[in-house]
Write a protein that binds this ligand. Structure first.
Ligand SMILES: Cc1cc2nc3c(=O)[nH]c(=O)nc-3n(C[C@H](O)[C@H](O)[C@H](O)COP(=O)(O)OP(=O)(O)OC[C@H]3O[C@@H](n4cnc5c(N)ncnc54)[C@H](O)[C@@H]3O)c2cc1C
Length: 306
């Protein structure tokens, strides 16, 4: 089936849908790598109720994939079958609550969480200044930096499952580990409640500036990249293993291992999803050969080959 036919079928079974369905939407535009194929359908829900309605009324066999700001994604060149969901404005609210808490929609960029916390004199969330995703991605990836991670600042998260039921999950039920969340794969996060501590806005903003300056110096943040490609193996640094395997600067087509930070892959021009994935697999094979360590992808690879 092509995207236009699927859109017609979906529209027929979803008369009350308020969100937007876009057939054959290029996902290149929504990933940091700027590579990969289209979504058969891209659905932008109007709000949580619209999302729940969509999930309730569509057949269970229809594949559904949720994406955030695409800063941890490698989309393959054949694109993603079925429906790709991207949350927008209806999930963009930030509310400051009593007790140094922030209730934040899943589409809010992490950097805005850090800024809102700073403005409200809430410390402990500055690490989000350096993570270029949104809250939904941070909840799924247990995003973390500078010695803190999402699970340490999260009170609870709201999510909608594949049948459209809404769940409120205390952090303990999300079974977090390093860059990993134990919530069922079909859960789409819609909101998070974060806990901070009292702080001085000026001091928090200064800490955030320090984080931004460090990032600029140490990471190729202005390049088309997916951030850290592989998880750090226990007790080791992925970049050191990659460097020791001689992979710094390695290329496949327009895909390159960053010279600045060799756990980052970069699209230097028109790299395809296949080139980026082949480069990553080459790095994994060389690291295995030289150190015996099997690196695990941190970047999520989605879709089908071209
Ligand atoms: C320059 C750069 C620096 C980075 N530095 C860091 C860092 O310091 N620390 C760190 O942890 N990460 C870092 N990353 C990786 C990335 O920013 C994080 O993993 C981020 O949390 C991903 O968020 P996203 O919104 O971009 O999610 P996406 O990349 O779009 O998706 C990532 C995963 O989250 C899932 N997901 C997205 N939204 C939802 C939702 N609403 N509900 C359920 N699942 C969802 C997707 O299905 C996918 O599995 C970096 C990336 C870049 C490009």
């Amino acid at each position: 089936m092509n995207g236009a036919d699927l859109k017609t079928r979906l529209a027929a079974c979803l008369p009350e849908l308020r969100g937007r369905l876009q057939p054959e939407a290029p996902l290149k535009d929504f990933t940091w790598f700027r590579a990969g194929g289209p979504a058969e359908i891209l659905y932008s829900p109007a709000d949580e109720a619209d999302l729940a309605y969509f999930l309730q009324k569509t057949p269970a066999g229809l594949p559904v994939t949720i994406i955030g700001l695409g800063s941890n994604l490698l989309v393959r060149d054949g694109g993603i079958e079925g429906v790709v969901i991207r949350l927008g404005r209806g999930f963009g609210e930030i509310k400051i609550e009593d007790g140094h808490r922030l209730r934040v929609g899943a589409a809010v960029p992490d950097v805005k969480v850090a800024r809102a916390a700073a403005d409200a004199g809430i410390s402990g969330l500055s690490f989000y200044r350096g993570i270029p995703g949104c809250v939904g991605g941070a909840l799924r990836m247990n995003g973390g930096a500078h010695g803190r991670e999402t699970k340490e600042v999260l009170v609870e998260a709201r999510a909608v499952d594949r049948t459209g039921d809404v769940h409120v999950l205390p952090v303990a039920e999300l079974h977090y580990a390093y860059r990993q969340c134990g919530a069922p794969e079909d859960f789409i996060f819609t909101e998070a409640l974060f806990q901070g501590e009292p702080g001085e806005p000026a001091a928090i903003l200064a800490e955030m500036d320090g984080i931004a300056a460090y990032r600029e110096e140490a990471q190729p943040i202005k390049s088309r990249t997916g951030g850290s490609t592989f998880k750090n193996p226990p007790g080791q640094k992925a970049w050191q293993l990659i460097d020791a395997a001689g992979c710094r600067g390695l290329t496949v087509g327009d895909a390159k291992v960053s010279e600045m930070h060799c756990n980052f892959l970069i699209n230097e021009g028109n790299a395809s999803g296949a080139e980026l994935e082949e480069l990553g697999e080459t790095v994994r094979a060389r690291v295995k050969q030289t150190s015996g360590v099997e690196l695990e992808w941190e970047i999520k690879r989605l879709g089908v080959p071209g």
